[in-house]
Every structure is written in structure tokens, then in C-alpha cells.
Write a protein that binds this ligand. Structure first.
Ligand code: F0G
Length: 459
């Protein structure tokens, strides 16, 4: 008999979580103005808000915490991290930042100016925010297949080369760089193929443009390449990662994802002059070059995390857990982005609650219902997050209205996944009783989803 699959680690430290009852949750979510970001963590049983900074560090990472070098300048922890980044990505220059969006802020301070156009594959919301904040425009050139959740296409994160070339032809002089997000978070944790990266590089070379990878989930992307791209079947994750980065000029990293740390980020690049220019902003916004927003101990944990995060056995364990949840949901006929993504399940709310008008924030409505059902916190990736158009101030209605259930790394067991699946099935079974959605009572001018206040349209 073939042995069943099991995790490639065992558990050394645990943290208690508390169940609550429906009555408590109804009160808590009311007090939180129907915004899941406003809940307290002890009001949540299973927290799938994000896979960012929520992973469990290993014993070796905690060991690194104890031996961090906290020197202001020239810390050995900085050099350890520099070596790890160069080893894994091939980039000789790097700057630590406190997280991914800080890396964007520093790099874009050098590269993005008013009137610029930054094409890419579904920019993450902070990336888009940093572009729009500089009065520049982000243009989404993702392939159309990504926006139909029923199409089973292996690389839904890919850039449509035709769309990208149109932008370069029409407004090439305004494009400072092309951005590839690995994996494509907004389209459902979908990977970009190595072939697509190569083609984007060729196109960038023809138009003399830089290529930036937003690399938050670069290792999960490499796992999918190994499994789905026939030419890469026999390559190791590390070989795929090295080849992928060879097609980029620079990267921003939110280390809170694939490097399995609770806080941290960095920018890495090939060009010394760009490094020098970024250093000035890094010193102003983050900290001196050799710590830039991170403590020495955290740089140690990050260096170790980069190796663990690119280990095949770890990645297999991780992505199979996401798949385990996704397959249960599919068995319950719950509509979701297919194929199942790397870090999360993305529920297709236009198919889950087709009777709710888009103006009533159906994805947020579903996320609230799932919380009330079982204390599970997901996140809306839909109209709330898409925000208003910066010029017209009209609501933007994205092609996909989704609830994301992001799975923290090495944190929950498959028993927790069983609870999530059944809770969602219960909501699905009573979906026709959800007759109306929500209305905004308070919102911020940019990135409103974090602090927005809402109320139900019917009580
Ligand atoms: N890029 C991508 C693709 C991301 O998913 C994120 C964060 C960032 C950049 C920004 O990094 O949070 O370290 O500042 N994504 C989190 C999420 C917040 O829940 O998907 P950060």
C-alpha cells in the first residue's frame, strides 16, 4: 500500500486558540463595523486573513534570533543575509526594509515619477498604491484566462505579451519598468511560467526597459513551475529560482511570505548605481544601509527562512495543504479560482452569491457570513479593496469579486482545514437567505479596506 502524505516537520511549540459562539461573534463584528481588520485576534478561531507575517518560524530560525548582531553599522547578521540573498537570487546588492511595501516605497522613490506608466500582472494593492500616490498609472496586462475562474490554465499569473507590447509601443517613454508579481496574488495566487518570464525579458530588452519582480511568493511560484512546466520537471527549486531571477534587474520582497518571518523585507538589484540611489531613500525612510528597518536577529531569521522557504519538501507540504482545503470545497461545489493557488483559496463570489448586486460588496458580505458561522476570518479581494478611481473617485469594480482564505505557513493542521470547509459549506447551503449586502458609512481616501466602516443594508 502506498504511504499517505504527511508534513515534512513536527510541532515543537503551540499556541492556544479559543472557540466562540455565534451570539458573541455577531456582537463583535457589529462593534468592528463589519470590517474584519477591526476584530481582535482572540475573537477569531481560525485566522486566514493573510499568509503574511503569520507563519511559524522553525527552531533554526529561533536559534538565529538568539545570535543576532545588533550593531548599528556593519552587523554580521546583515552580511549573513546579503550572502543568502546573493546565493538564492543572484543579486549582489540589497537593502533591508521593514516590509514589502517599504521596499516599494524606497525603490519607487528612485524610479517612479508623475505621469509614468507601470505595466505588469495585477499589481498588489500596496504596489498600486505606491504607484498612484506618485500620480503614475499601473496597467494590468495579465492574461484574460486569469479572470475566468472556471478555466483550468496552469499559469494564470502570466503577462499577456500582446497587451504589454501595446503599452510599450504606445507609451514606452513613460514606462520606468515592467513589474511581474510572483505569484500573482490578486488573481488567486497564480504562478507565472518561466517561459513567460523569459518572453517578458526579451520584450523589455527590445524596448530597453528594466524588469522588477515583486517576489513575495517567488518560491511557491517556482514549485508550480517545477510541477507544471515540462522543461523544468527535473530542475531543483533553487535552480528554477536562480533562472527566474536571472531574467530580472531587481526585486522587492515582502519576507513575511515565502521567507517565513513575521516582519521584514528587502530590495535587491544587479546595478550598483541603482543601489546607491536607493540607499539614500533607504537611510531616510528605513534606517542605515546595514539594518534598514530590521533588527540583526530578524535578519538572521530571514537568512535561514530563505533557505527553508525554497526547500522542496517544505513547499510540497505547504501547497498540498492549500490543495487539500480547495479540493474539499470543490467537492461541496463551492465556486473558486482554479487551479487552486499557492497560498490561498479564492472563492468566486459572483458565482457564490450571484443574486447580490456589486454595489452591495458581495465578497465582504460573504467574508462576514463566514466569520459569523465559525469564527473564521478571510479577506475581501473585491470592490472594497479595488478602491475608488483616483481621478473620477468612482468605485472601481474589478473583474473578480473574491474572498481569499490565505493559509499561514506551518501553522494550522488539516483538522482546521476541515472546519473551514464545513463552515463554508454551511454558508453555501443557506446562500439564498443572504438577501442583501453592506453599505459604507466611513472610508479613507486611499487603501480604504483596512479602516472602512460598513453596516448591513437589512437587519
Ligand atoms: N506584494 C505582494 C504580492 C503582496 O502580497 C504584498 C503583501 C506586498 C507586496 C506588500 O508586502 O505586506 O510586507 O508590505 N501582501 C499581504 C497579503 C499583505 O495579505 O497578501 P508587505
Amino acid at each position: 500500500m502506498e504511504l499517505p502524505f504527511a508534513e515534512s516537520y513536527k510541532i515543537k511549540v503551540v499556541e492556544s486558540i479559543r472557540r466562540s459562539n455565534r451570539e458573541e461573534r455577531e456582537k463583535w463584528i457589529h462593534d468592528a463595523h463589519y470590517n474584519l481588520f477591526q476584530l481582535k485576534s482572540d475573537q477569531i478561531f481560525i485566522d486566514l486573513l493573510t499568509d503574511s507575517g503569520t507563519g511559524a518560524m522553525s527552531d533554526k530560525q529561533w536559534g538565529g534570533i538568539m545570535t543576532g548582531d545588533e550593531s548599528y553599522a556593519g552587523a554580521s547578521s546583515y552580511y549573513k543575509l546579503k550572502d543568502a540573498i546573493a546565493d538564492i537570487t543572484g543579486f549582489p546588492y540589497f537593502l533591508p526594509t521593514h516590509q514589502g511595501r517599504a521596499a516599494e516605497n524606497v525603490l519607487f522613490s528612485v524610479l517612479v515619477k508623475e505621469g509614468d506608466i507601470v505595466p505588469g500582472n495585477s499589481h498588489f494593492d500596496t504596489t498600486k498604491g505606491h504607484i498612484e500616490f506618485r500620480r503614475a498609472t499601473a496597467i494590468d496586462c495579465t492574461i484574460d484566462e486569469a479572470f475566468d475562474t472556471t478555466i483550468d490554465y496552469p499559469f494564470k499569473g502570466n503577462v499577456d505579451l500582446g497587451k504589454l507590447e501595446d503599452v510599450l509601443k504606445k507609451s514606452g517613454e513613460k514606462v520606468p519598468f515592467i513589474i511581474l508579481t510572483l505569484t500573482n496574488n490578486s488573481a488567486g495566487g497564480q504562478p507565472v511560467s518561466l517561459e513567460n518570464m523569459r518572453d517578458v525579458r526579451d520584450l523589455a530588452n527590445r524596448y530597453n526597459k528594466l524588469v522588477l519582480y515583486d517576489s513575495a511568493r517567488f518560491a511557491e511560484n517556482a514549485y508550480f513551475i517545477k510541477l507544471r512546466e515540462p522543461a523544468c520537471r527535473d530542475k531543483s527549486i533553487r535552480e528554477i529560482v536562480a533562472e527566474a531571477f536571472s531574467y530580472a534587474d531587481m526585486m522587492t520582497m515582502s519576507s513575511k511570505k515565502d521567507a517565513i518571518v513575521n516582519m521584514g523585507g528587502f530590495i535587491a538589484m544587479r546595478d550598483q548605481e541603482l543601489f546607491r540611489q536607493c540607499s539614500v531613500f533607504n537611510i531616510m525612510f528605513e534606517g542605515y544601509i546595514t539594518y534598514g528597518g530590521m533588527s540583526g536577529r530578524d535578519m538572521n531569521a530571514l537568512a535561514q527562512g530563505l533557505y527553508e522557504g525554497t526547500d522542496f519538501d517544505y513547499l510540497e507540504t505547504r501547497i498540498k495543504q492549500v490543495e487539500y482545503l480547495g479540493n474539499m470545497l470543490l467537492d461541496f461545489s463551492i465556486p473558486l479560482q482554479q487551479p487552486i493557488g499557492g497560498h490561498a483559496i479564492f472563492i468566486d463570489v459572483k458565482r457564490f452569491l450571484p443574486h447580490l448586486p456589486k454595489e452591495e460588496f458581495p465578497a465582504q458580505t460573504l467574508a462576514i457570513q463566514l466569520y459569523i458561522e465559525a469564527g473564521i476570518r478571510g479577506v475581501e479581494i473585491g470592490t472594497l479593496m479595488a478602491d475608488r478611481d483616483p481621478v473620477t473617485r468612482e468605485n472601481r469594480y474589478p473583474a473578480l469579486e473574491m474572498v481569499r482564505l490565505a493559509i499561514p505557513r506551518r501553522v494550522y493542521t488539516n483538522n482546521h482545514m476541515d472546519v473551514v470547509a464545513v463552515a463554508l459549506k454551511n454558508v453555501f447551503d443557506r446562500r439564498n437567505e443572504i438577501k442583501s449586502g453592506l453599505r459604507i458609512t466611513q472610508e479613507a481616501p486611499i487603501m480604504r479596506h483596512f479602516t472602512v466602516e460598513l453596516e448591513p443594508l437589512a437587519t
